[in-house]
Design a protein around this ligand. Structure first.
Ligand code: ADP
Ligand code: ZN
Length: 517
């Protein structure tokens, strides 16, 4: 059975959480794993699923007898063949458990580390086929950890005595460098083929870029990263096709991938990408399942995805080899409207709709936050980072200043006020920019007070600014096919001079400025 099938069948979940699938696959392919995941992130599944798939038995070394019983009881409830062996078992119980293990009816055996000093247990196990040994709370082996346990020191010798040596998975939530090196050496993990996995991906650089023309940004980025392989995710098939054609015009070796293409073409595209015949893959979120390419150096999102789960999963395809990877999200406020619309169209259940909207809100917050992006992600998934700033993301590399935007905001509000709530975004931006197009002239708006008031900005910048004003509730926009924009009471106060508009502005890092030029 495939891991995902087991996840559904035994655990009743439909998708893996960040890090789980990679750890499971690494263990199944025979690599030792050091998995660093925060409490509550879902470590157990990462070894229980391989335990069910592998031929032999899986020994789980767990330091707390009290927890062991709870864990095993709930596994047995889920029809998973597990048992624990510890000092609290009576002799007849022991006998029964050993016989079940011998006959292959129990796949997961939970023991305390002290059990490895028990002669009877050791001689019994030496005759069993052990596929996987899991060390839970593996930091207990290190004196630098917060709860050092001497009995953990016997694990290494025991592992070395087993023939053939089983695969080893060490799990912990503690990730300081000292403890990490200790776990590797004191547990005897096989360094040459170890997989270090988990939640946080320190080799990935996250950034959100806004207020730019996206296509030129991409072209620019690709010319600077000619030798790097990467993925560009776009929201729709149409967008994928358009971008793909555009990149080809500039002789970039791009491939494309979406559900509207034939199986055959998709397979070829994926293969050519794996063999580095294609430099960048432009794709919808249909591209992902089973990508096994470790040297993806960048993942660019052309639009904001619908939630952080999708984002982290897709972005996480960069840097699987541990070398640096870059994850860039190109954000424009229009993405918000698109995602809201998609939720509206796809959710018929009110509860579901509220849930998806909430998740979208957190995704937007990610794009708009001014604090460390990695910290934001980790906290979203339940980890409490010990640091404020990672020092290695777009936001950590920036300075944030609060700027008084009252003047340009007033120009926008004057324009909206002049139009008396009869027009929408395009007309407002055209007037502010001072565009001389036919529609503006037909209505005589080239004589409006606001005409050309923001001509020093690009149309894109004006549009983003107006959207920001809507988001901040100085303006409101109706729904429907032709949304119109009007002033709110807060906007009127600004016009009347009784309130100011302050906006947090991030000063991009110097590398970003180069990038967008
Ligand atoms: P940890 O050992 O990392 O503290 P657990 O393995 O106890 O965490 O998992 C924490 C909770 O998350 C459990 O209730 C578990 O059932 C749940 N969980 C684990 N994996 C998933 C998943 N893929 N989808 C949804 N819930 C999950
Ligand atoms: Zn950071």
């Amino acid at each position: 059975m495939q891991p995902i099938t087991i996840l559904k069948k035994y655990f009743g979940y439909t998708t893996f959480r960040p890090g789980q699938e990679e750890i499971i696959n690494a263990l199944l392919s025979g690599r030792d794993c050091l998995a660093i995941m925060p409490t509550g992130a879902g470590k157990s599944i990462c070894f229980q699923i391989p335990g069910l798939i592998l031929d032999g038995i899986t020994i789980v070394i767990s330091p707390l007898i009290s927890l062991m019983k709870d864990q095993v009881d709930s596994l047995v409830n889920q029809q998973i063949p597990a048992a624990y062996i510890n000092s609290q078992c009576t002799f007849p119980e022991m006998k029964e458990k050993f016989s079940l293990i011998r006959s292959g009816k129990i796949k997961l055996v939970y023991v305390s580390p002290e059990r490895l000093e028990n002669e009877f247990f050791m001689s019994f196990m030496s005759n069993m086929h052990i596929s996987l040994v899991v060390i839970d709370e593996a930091h207990c082996v290190s004196q630098w950890g917060h709860d050092f346990r001497t009995s953990y020191c016997h694990i290494k010798d025991w592992l070395q005595s087993l023939q053939p040596r089983p695969v080893v998975g060490a799990f912990t939530a503690t990730a300081t460098e000292k403890v990490k090196t200790d776990m590797m050496s004191l547990l005897g993990l096989q360094e040459e083929k170890i997989f270090i996995g988990g939640f946080d991906r320190p080799n990935l650089y996250f950034s959100v870029v806004k207020g730019i023309d996206k296509t030129p940004f991409i072209l620019n980025y690709l010319t600077k990263h000619k030798n790097d392989s990467g993925i560009i995710y776009a929201a729709t098939r149409k967008e994928v096709d358009r971008l793909y054609t555009e990149l080809h015009k500039y002789h970039i070796k791009a491939g494309r991938y979406h559900a509207g293409m034939s199986d055959e073409t998709r397979r070829t595209m994926q293969e050519r990408f794996s063999y580095d015949e294609i430099q960048v893959m432009v794709a919808t979120n249909a591209f992902g399942m089973g990508i096994d390419k470790s040297n993806v150096r960048f993942v660019i999102h052309y639009q904001m995805p619908k939630n952080l789960e999708s984002y982290y999963q897709e972005a996480g395809r960069a840097g699987r080899d541990g070398a640096p990877g870059e994850c860039i999200l190109l954000f424009s406020r229009q993405d918000i409207m698109v995602q809201r619309y998609l939720i509206k169209m796809s959710c018929h259940d009110m509860q579901q709709k509220l849930k998806e909207e909430h998740m979208l809100r957190r995704m937007i917050d990610y794009c708009e936050c001014h604090t460390c992006l990695r910290r934001y992600i980790l906290e979203y998934f339940g980890e409490h980072s010990q640091w404020e700033q990672c020092g290695h993301c777009g936001n950590c590399d920036r300075k944030v200043v609060e700027e008084d935007m009252t003047l340009p905001a007033k120009s926008v509000f004057i324009c909206v006020d002049e139009l008396k709530g009869r027009f929408g975004m395009t007309m407002i931006c055209d007037i502010l920019k001072g565009s001389a197009n036919a529609k503006v002239k037909r209505y005589g708006f080239d004589h409006a007070v606001a005409y050309g008031m923001l001509s020093r900005f690009s149309l894109n910048e004006i549009r983003d600014f107006v959207r920001q004003c809507i988001e901040d509730q100085y303006l409101e926009q109706t729904e429907g096919q032709y949304p119109i924009i009007s002033l709110t009471a807060a906007g009127q106060n600004v016009l009347a001079g009784t309130a100011k508009v302050l906006q947090k502005i991030a000063i991009p890092s110097s590398s970003e400025i180069l990038e967008t030029k």
